[in-house]
Design a protein around this ligand. Sequence first.
Ligand code: THU
Length: 159
Amino acid sequence: MEKEFKTTFEVISGKNDLNEIEKKLYETAFEARENAYAPYSKFDVGCALLLENGEIVKGSNQENAAYPSGLCAERTTIFWTSANYPNMKIEKLFVIGAPKEAVSSVPIPPCGACRQSILEYEAKQETPIEIYFASLNGEIFKTKSIRDLLPFSFDASFL
Ligand code: THU
């Protein structure tokens, strides 16, 4: 017997089709990208999270001469958030990444390790985190939950 997973995502044609709060998150992720420390890959990534109290938290990728010691923008941001607001729910996460000098780009999805980390907090808070992956000046993809990006996910329910 063969079974299937179905993933759905929304394609938003550009920044002008976002609502006010989404636009603010997009701009914050864009700004956060300017603080990326990515001298090795020269691939700058910014992230912005919306908390249930309306606050926005931002972060960027931070690389290291010992390459594996660096961290992606999404994990930098979500770990800081959990460390500082341990009981605050996260409603939305925006990520925007592109090579340093790029003027246009495609939407970049969170890497596998970031998906697993985001899932941890989604499972903990028991409400979905909407994920938006944006391009510099074009389409934005949106999923309703990190589970749409991580089928067959491993979480604490197995332990
Ligand atoms: N990166 C992120 O920040 N997020 C992702 O989801 C994908 C990759 C960073 C890691 C590294 O600093 C650079 O992009 C190139 O992989």
